[in-house]
Design a binder for this molecule. Structure first.
Ligand SMILES: NC(=O)C1=CN([C@@H]2O[C@H](COP(=O)(O)OP(=O)(O)OC[C@H]3O[C@@H](n4cnc5c(N)ncnc54)[C@H](O)[C@@H]3O)[C@@H](O)[C@H]2O)C=CC1
Ligand SMILES: O=C(O)C(=O)Cc1ccc(O)cc1
Length: 378
């Protein structure tokens, strides 16, 4: 990612702010300029150490940038592209983080010079909380990050952005823009709509509100409905075709379930519930499907305070990066086990040697010996 000397991020909110923090954390040595309509966002970004320079109007800031990242809600793209189009320096690469990509391609074609290198991007990481205050350098760790080249995107542009994405701890996934929009309609836009509809079930009717009684289930299934309504309104309209397809599917599923219930088909209702359970159970704890499996170690540890800290410290001081950590089981007063995932076999081997020779002799590659020492695994 050091191919870029000066990165301009337009939109210093959750996603833009997290990107600059992640770049800083990764050791990026170039200059980062943050641009936002909101003075408060810029002051906060500067105070957090996310950016080197703040600017309220992008025209000046684009002039020396070699990478521009558009990180404003998609409804503002036309405005931003119009502002910067005439000032873009030769050789600049432009990318974005917007939740839809087909529309973005059309906006680029409408506003930006034909010879510009634009490569759409979309990190599959975020939160219902917007704004720079919610930004974190860890947002992109282990997240998939879609990149959507078109026929004009050069190989070196793709490589530069892939390297940047990997640098912030995410996994680049190359996909065509229209295909991307189909995928995210199913995994993000329709689930968002479903959360909105579920939350609306508790709209206060008459004088009674049931909100005080909600439990974890309602919170889990509606969390994303707390996202920025303006941003989501634009996403739904700008990915309308795919969202309408998703609504049709949802209607079909509801109708189907309703008929089964009405007709007393208990076996079929059970089958639908079991199918959904197995899909839900199959979702990995962290995103993993597109990437090579992590190289895991299983470490048997005493169940006592501070043991996790010691373990991670030994690994950290030896400059080995932990990609995932999971407590497998901890029973009071007995041995517990921790799974640690590394991104390369070399790191796994190095950590194995260090831990085995040091204070964690019961360390194994995943699958080796672990059942012997942890009978509850079998
Ligand atoms: N929120 C999420 O979880 C995710 C959002 N995205 C995408 O990231 C983009 C940004 O979303 P967030 O960071 O969540 O929004 P946000 O609301 O946290 O931040 C957006 C920032 O853009 C600024 N802004 C708006 N119009 C502007 C303009 N014309 N010029 C300069 N600054 C302007 C706002 O003042 C705000 O600080 C959106 O396109 C969204 O689709 C992508 C992945 C996840
Ligand atoms: O909060 C969550 O879990 C999200 O899924 C956030 C999110 C919102 C919009 C996107 O385009 C991608 C991710």
């Amino acid at each position: 990612m050091q191919q870029f000397q000066e990165i301009l991020i337009i939109g210093m909110g959750l996603i833009g702010g997290s990107l600059s923090l992640a770049l800083k954390k990764s050791g990026y040595q170039g200059k980062i300029i943050g641009c936002d309509l909101s003075k408060e966002a810029l002051i906060e970004a500067k105070a957090m150490g996310a950016i080197d320079v703040a600017c309220e109007v992008p025209q000046e800031a684009v002039k020396n940038a070699d990478l521009i990242v558009i990180a404003v809600p998609v409804g503002y793209y036309d405005e931003v592209f119009k502002e910067i189009a005439a000032y873009l320096p030769k050789g600049v690469v432009i990318t974005d983080v917007g939740s839809i990509k087909g529309y973005v391609e059309t906006a680029v074609a409408r506003h930006l010079p034909k010879d510009i290198q634009f490569l759409g991007g979309h990190p599959m990481a975020g939160s219902e909380k917007g704004g720079i205050k919610a930004a974190t350098p860890f947002l992109y760790e282990n997240a998939y990050y879609f990149l959507t080249p078109n026929g004009n995107t050069r190989r070196d542009t793709i490589e530069k952005l892939e390297s940047l994405v990997k640098g912030i701890g995410a996994y680049p996934v190359i996909v065509e823009a229209r295909e991307h929009d189909k995928i995210v309609a199913q995994i993000s836009h329709i689930p968002h709509l479903a959360a909105v509809l579920l939350a609306s079930l508790l709209e206060k009717r008459n004088s009674t509100s049931y909100i005080p009684f909600v439990g974890g289930g309602f919170r889990d299934t509606t969390r994303i409905a707390a996202g920025n309504p303006n941003m989501w309104k634009d996403i739904f309209f700008l990915n309308k075709g795919e969202v309408l397809e998703g609504i049709k599917t949802l209607e079909g599923l509801l109708q189907d379930f309703k008929s089964k219930l009405l007709e007393g088909k208990q076996e079929e209702v059970l089958e639908a519930l079991e199918k959904a359970k197995s899909i839900r159970d199959g979702i990995p704890h962290t995103a993993r499907d597109y990437i090579p499996p992590l190289y895991d170690l299983i470490i048997d540890v005493q169940d006592r305070p501070g043991v996790l800290g010691e373990l991670t410290q030994v690994i950290g001081t030896n400059h080995i990066n932990i990609k995932e950590i999971e407590i497998l089981h901890a029973r009071e007063g007995e041995l517990g086990a921790v799974r640690i995932g590394f991104s390369s076999k070399d790191e796994q081997e190095k950590a194995l040697m260090i831990l085995k020779k040091g204070s964690f002799p019961l360390t194994y590659r995943k699958g080796e010996n672990e059942d012997v020492c942890n009978p509850q695994n079998s």
